[in-house]
Design a binder for this molecule. Structure first.
Ligand code: CA
Length: 232
């Protein structure tokens, strides 16, 4: 069985080594990059299954690395490493295509559990993909192969994470889904590790793409005190 390869992008050597040690001990193969441009070229050459990406790098920022990866079609899970809560706000406000965020200081145990969760989501999903690759909900049609949504005014492309969030809501269409359930279904870990702000931020991004007027959502509605619902 081949081992999953994790690319760690971090210019602080002690931090990178600590992560490398923790992940190798869990049986992962590890690649290290100290700059954004090194990371981009390693992804092209070695196709890692997952990337741990620091935001502050000496050349281009982790934000730009993530954007460029998605723009060139790479879909492996990306976990951003953020130093401060302010950075987390920025991460959540941007549409980067990252799959999850870990705020420093973190424990190795937390990193490993999030890495495993993302790998399960990304590659377990592929193995269990249903035969039917399109799903109709209301006036939206989800194309599960292309991560696109067809709506009456045109086609929009979602990030893998946005697509999982929408898919989870679509599988319960017409019923409210709690934030806790969304965290478990989309990020793959229990809600107490997760941050509900993350759910809200991604719902905002989805509304920008799906709603005719994102300020007055008609398709992806808020159910007060519960969570969110995709209308049939
Ligand atoms: Ca750094």
């Amino acid at each position: 069985m081949s081992r999953d390869t994790i690319l760690i992008v971090e210019d602080e050597r002690a931090v990178a080594r600590g992560l490398q040690y923790g992940l190798e001990r869990e049986g992962f193969a590890v690649l290290l990059a100290e700059t954004g441009s090194q990371a981009l070229s390693l992804v092209e050459r070695r196709s890692p299954e997952l990337i741990l990406l620091d935001i502050r790098l000496p050349d281009i920022s982790g934000f730009d690395v993530c954007r460029r990866l998605r723009a060139s079609g790479h879909r492996m899970p990306v976990l951003m490493l953020t130093a401060l809560d302010e950075e987390l706000d920025r991460v959540l406000g941007l549409e980067l295509g990252a799959d999850d965020y870990i705020v420093k200081p973190y424990s190795l145990r937390e990193v490993v559990s999030r890495v495993r969760a993302q790998l399960r989501r990304a590659y377990g999903d592929l193995a269990m993909r249903p035969m039917r690759s399109r799903l109709q909900v209301g006036d939206l049609e989800l194309d599960l192969d292309r991560l696109q949504v067809l709506k009456p005014s045109g086609t929009v492309t979602l990030t893998p994470l946005e697509f999982r969030l929408l898919h989870t809501l679509a599988s319960e269409a017409g019923r409210p889904v709690s934030r806790e359930r969304l965290i478990e279904a989309v990020w793959g870990y229990s809600a107490d590790l997760g941050n509900e702000r993350t759910v809200d931020a991604h719902v905002r991004h989805l509304r920008q793409k799906l709603e005719d007027n994102p300020a007055d959502p008609r398709r992806l509605v808020t159910v007060r005190g519960v969570g969110y619902q995709l209308e049939l």
